[in-house]
Design a protein around this ligand. Structure first.
Ligand code: SAH
Length: 255
């Protein structure tokens, strides 16, 4: 009989305090922790000292562990009776290949659960002072990948997004930002639409740059923004500037 199990756990956007209570509990009791590159290493400290910690991400200059190999490891350790935690950045079901992993363990007849995490859009937006919806400015948002600009098999429907969604949040889009910008402008997005980039959101290394769709690619290049970063495009980006100027005014009154 198989006694082991797999918990596919969202580690949140970076700040370890943004883990869920359930995630912490599973990490504390895990025998094996398979973790990704974007998982804050501090989180691994919650695990049992003797727990096996296996890095599944990309080492600098190396390829990442193939998805199939990760799935095999999850199944191997769970089948041997271990409590396996598969720890992934943000939320496992948002561009995290968590669905593929759930399918693989389910097909192997292994008990599993998925524990959600705060996805980077939600975490980074909160941290940068950008509400994703805001009365009068934005009534909808969409999370989109920027990595499929050249993928004709499963393209992003930029035209539909331009005409139907108020706030766009783009993951994995730093390197394709010029193409994304071009697509949005082509389908009629106003170049004056406020835009922001948030790098390393919710961590001590967080950096935010704001501008407009018209100039955000140049600002990103000038500030050398690199991954992990999200792009936010929409009117509610202006709330950040309002908040910052109010904070500044409050500080000068105190001073
Ligand atoms: N499952 C993850 C996303 C994985 S895809 C989640 O739910 O957040 C990886 C992309 O996530 C990165 O290219 C970047 O766009 C985004 N990302 C992850 N962590 C981030 C962070 N701390 N700040 C900004 N963007 C982040």
């Amino acid at each position: 009989m198989i006694r082991g199990s797999v918990s596919i756990v969202g580690a949140g956007p970076g700040d370890p305090e943004l883990l869920t209570v359930k995630a912490v509990r599973r990490i504390q009791t895990a025998d094996v922790i398979l973790y990704d590159r974007l998982v804050n290493e501090e989180i691994l400290g919650c695990g049992k000292p003797e727990a096996l910690r296996i890095y599944c991400g990309k080492a600098p200059g190396r390829h990442s562990m193939p998805q199939e190999a990760i799935e095999k490891l999850m199944i191997k350790y769970a089948a041997a009776g271990n409590q396996v935690v598969r720890l992934k950045g943000g939320d496992p079901y948002v561009f995290g290949r968590g669905g593929e992993e759930a399918l693989a363990v389910a097909a192997a007849g292994i008990a599993y659960e998925v524990i959600p995490g705060i996805t980077s859009a939600i975490g980074a937006a909160a941290s940068a002072g950008i509400p994703l919806t805001h009365r009068g400015l934005a009534a909808s948002f969409a999370i989109v990948t920027g990595s499929r600009c050249h993928d004709h098999a499963s393209p992003v429907h930029w035209e539909g997004l331009v005409h139907s969604v108020d706030t766009l949040i783009i993951y994995m889009g730093v390197s394709t930002l010029p193409e994304i910008r071009e697509q949005l402008l082509k389908y009629g997005k106003n170049p004056a639409t406020p835009a922001a980039l948030i790098e390393n959101g919710t961590t001590v290394r967080e950096r935010t740059v704001t501008g407009t769709l018209g100039n955000i690619d140049k600002l990103a290049a000038a500030m050398k923004i690199s991954n992990p970063a999200i792009i936010i495009i929409g009117e509610s980006v202006t709330v950040r500037d309002q908040l910052l100027s109010m904070e500044k005014a409050a500080r000068s009154q105190i001073g």
